[in-house]
Write a protein that binds this ligand. Structure first.
Ligand SMILES: Nc1nc2c([nH]c(=O)n2[C@@H]2O[C@H](COP(=O)(O)OP(=O)(O)OP(=O)(O)O)[C@@H](O)[C@H]2O)c(=O)[nH]1
Length: 108
């Protein structure tokens, strides 16, 4: 919520004893009402926002299986092409994840 006007990838904190894969599927279901399947992982990145505990983002590339997008917690959600994606106002911790994702799927 301290980043409430920023864009972020959907996700959330691991709830032991679930696996990271179970976590992302649960979070996307809770936040967006969608079922997704994992296609691959991307490198993890650590980040510390001022005055907060360090977080480690564990990113997965997922594809849509089913469901109708319904916002449960967020103000907005959308699909973007790569150029538009790079122009959004991102949560700082996500920038290295975005870079890895774009490198993997575009030639630039
Ligand atoms: N979900 C998500 N969180 C991110 C991203 N980037 C980023 O800095 N964060 C930060 O990582 C942490 C994830 O927390 P969250 O609030 O989404 O997790 P959660 O759904 O389990 O919430 P809760 O446990 O507070 O109820 C927050 O500090 C959030 O600001 C991102 O792309 N996705």
């Amino acid at each position: 919520m301290h980043l409430s006007s920023k864009w972020e990838f959907p996700g959330g904190k691991l709830e032991e004893p679930e696996t990271e894969e179970e976590c992302i599927k649960r979070e996307i279901n809770e936040e967006l009402s969608l079922e997704v399947q994992i296609e691959r992982s991307l490198p993890n990145h650590r980040y510390q926002y001022p005055g907060k505990r360090e977080i480690e983002l564990v990113p997965f590339v997922c594809s849509y299986i089913s469901g109708e997008l319904l916002l449960q917690e967020h103000q907005a959600a959308d699909w973007f092409d790569f150029e538009s994606l790079k122009k959004l106002d991102w949560a700082e911790a996500d920038l290295p994840v975005l870079e890895d994702f774009c490198k993997l799927y575009t030639k630039a």
